[in-house]
Design a binder for this molecule. Sequence first.
Ligand SMILES: CC(C)(COP(=O)(O)OP(=O)(O)OC[C@H]1O[C@@H](n2cnc3c(N)ncnc32)[C@H](O)[C@@H]1OP(=O)(O)O)[C@@H](O)C(=O)NCCC(=O)NCCSC(=O)CCCCCCCCCCCCCCC(=O)O
Ligand SMILES: Cc1cc2nc3c(=O)[nH]c(=O)nc-3n(C[C@H](O)[C@H](O)[C@H](O)COP(=O)(O)OP(=O)(O)OC[C@H]3O[C@@H](n4cnc5c(N)ncnc54)[C@H](O)[C@@H]3O)c2cc1C
Length: 627
Amino acid sequence: MEGVDHLAHERNKSEFDVDAMKIVWAGSPHAFVVSDRISKLVASDPGFRKDNRSTLSRKELFKNTLRKAAYAWKTIIDLHLSEEEAAKLRFYVDEPAFTDVHWGMFIPAIKGQGTEEQQQKWLPLAYKMQIIGCYAQTELGHGSNVQGLETTATFDPQTDEFIIHSPTLTSSKWWPGGLGKVATHAIAYALLIVGGREQGVHGFIVQLRSLEDHSPLPGMTVGDIGMKFGNGAYNAMDNGVLRFDHVRIPRNQMLMRVSQVTCEGKYKQSDVPRQLVYGAMLYVRQTIVADASCALSRAVCIATRYSAVRRQFGSQNGGPETQVIDYKTQQSRLFPLLASAYAFRFVGEWLKWLYADVTQRLQANDFSTLPEAHACTAGLKSLTTTATADGIEECRKLCGGHGYLCSSGLPELFAVYVPACTYEGENTVLLLQVARFLMKTVSQLGSSKKPVGTIAYMTRVEHLMQCRCGVQRGFAELSADLVEAAVAHCQLLVVSKFIEKLQQEIPGKGVKQQLEVLCNIYALFLLHKHQGDFLSTGCITPKHAALANDELRSLYSQVRPNAIALVDAFNYTDHYLGSILGCYDGNVYPKLYEAAWKDPLNESVVPDGYHQYIRPLLKQEIRTARL
Ligand SMILES: CC(C)(COP(=O)(O)OP(=O)(O)OC[C@H]1O[C@@H](n2cnc3c(N)ncnc32)[C@H](O)[C@@H]1OP(=O)(O)O)[C@@H](O)C(=O)NCCC(=O)NCCSC(=O)CCCCCCCCCCCCCCC(=O)O
Ligand SMILES: Cc1cc2nc3c(=O)[nH]c(=O)nc-3n(C[C@H](O)[C@H](O)[C@H](O)COP(=O)(O)OP(=O)(O)OC[C@H]3O[C@@H](n4cnc5c(N)ncnc54)[C@H](O)[C@@H]3O)c2cc1C
């Protein structure tokens, strides 16, 4: 029945202060208040409805996304929302759209790679959305290998301009979000050529479309690259293709914080590392780690609530069947994911601090922590997105058949989420960056340069020193093993940041105890999953492994009475979850049944096509009917 909380009995079992945990999850009392208010504002506004998405054609979906983006912007203006509130509103609208790239990449790229003058010119236009930007780096022939990009930017000293050109088919820009149909401007990455000399890849602000009638400017061939994985909401994003035919832009539209080209045609490299050209990717990778905790927590919330509702087998003397959440197999699949959601939340908080710290240092031309920041953002983006994509799929399976319904919210969450393993750096390529960083650290062991920060533990791996001479030669040969070492390094990071979180003051009855249980589950689950490595290296004995497994089962039993409260602490509205299986009141079956009849296929009792195809079949008139 509507209004009845079918999970009340679960919520009454909680052994901790859920409201206090909501604040821990949000990050602070202020962040909780903003999140709670904005999520309810979005959920209560029919203008942000999303339950009909699966019935729309791609063009309808895309146009609806434009409408929502415009409506969101109007809401932001009308309600005088702050930047923080506006970002939260776009988050809870939960629709992949050009605004993600405009706010998440185009603006950070100008802030990180533009001069003061360029920032003063372009940022006000971007903040007011008087221009809409995209981040055009990837090409048909190159994505991972940025230095392999083929688009050229040739300086013409006669006119004080750059000529942007796509010399080959594979140099066509391919994938940039928002590029296909919406963006008026791009940060386009191209191989800089000055005085006949190639100077590497740099970023350029290029206007793509008229601000009068939105038509592509001369020399631009631009469009959408077509349907993407599943019928999910990511098809609301116009990932595009763009070719330049000798397009001229003023010299002052090359982003010149890292290097400059003078009007005389002199190329000047500032005394900053060229890798600052990659700065926007560092920013997005750290946001993607926070996004991973959000996406995984959504899936875990759905699967946990449904596991408490679903009963299957185990009836005694006609009594109720067993809740599937009580099965040890269900717990051993679900609770490590619950622990991972919290673990990724806290390592994401730390990574946000690390990014802010390195950004502050860069402003003072202190580049000392840039390599570590790159390794951490690259490695944690790779680790958390892989675990989250796999975790969302596991949550779908934990919900049995109903997990495969669009109304469960899980198929779409998976379809929208999985490209995170590829974009912003393909996960294996990024782990190789971490491996390179680790091996560089090994090569410095024994020198005066002592490992600090997240690699300080490596001073204790003296035995690696003997093999360091071989490492340089064997990197390619050993790369598969080194990628595993990179994963282990990142897992250690996640565990250590969870432990550091627990050393902070955490208010609320039972809250810290619950987090300690989740931290132990996360760490012991990893030990269990990789016990072969731990045993083969002598880090643990078989007895330790057995004790760890016993402890895991005990920890699952400790989580069980608190599971619903732990996912309630995410404070997601039913609107944002978009899932009948995960609805707050647990009233699943009536809602599933009601939703089925809303499917367009049920608009008529006799399906379209019956008289043309089925009736002749049934009446054996097939021989005469024209197929
Ligand atoms: C790193 C590469 C793989 C290789 O680069 P190179 O070949 O140039 O270098 P080397 O491997 O030789 O390394 C040289 C040297 O540099 C160091 N290095 C490398 N990268 C960096 C870096 N980023 N920072 C610092 N240092 C770096 C490296 O360690 C070496 O050092 P040593 O010599 O000392 O060893 C490179 O090619 C690469 O990065 N490839 C990956 C390409 C990539 O990531 N492409 C992404 C394209 S953009 C994209 O995919 C966008 C997806 C967007 C999806 C949706 C949007 C999500 C938005 C989230 C935010 C939303 C927020 C909204 C807010 C709101 O609404 O308000
Ligand atoms: C949904 C989506 C949105 C995107 N949005 C944008 C955007 O807004 N702007 C933008 O510029 N780009 C965007 N991209 C492009 C994205 O950044 C690239 O697809 C990504 O960087 C991967 O590059 P790639 O496609 O060239 O993969 P590849 O590098 O070709 O990967 C293919 C395989 O090769 C392997 N491989 C590659 N190099 C090595 C190596 N050195 N050693 C070992 N293995 C290797 C990889 O591990 C992978 O298994 C988007 C992509 C997607 C899917």
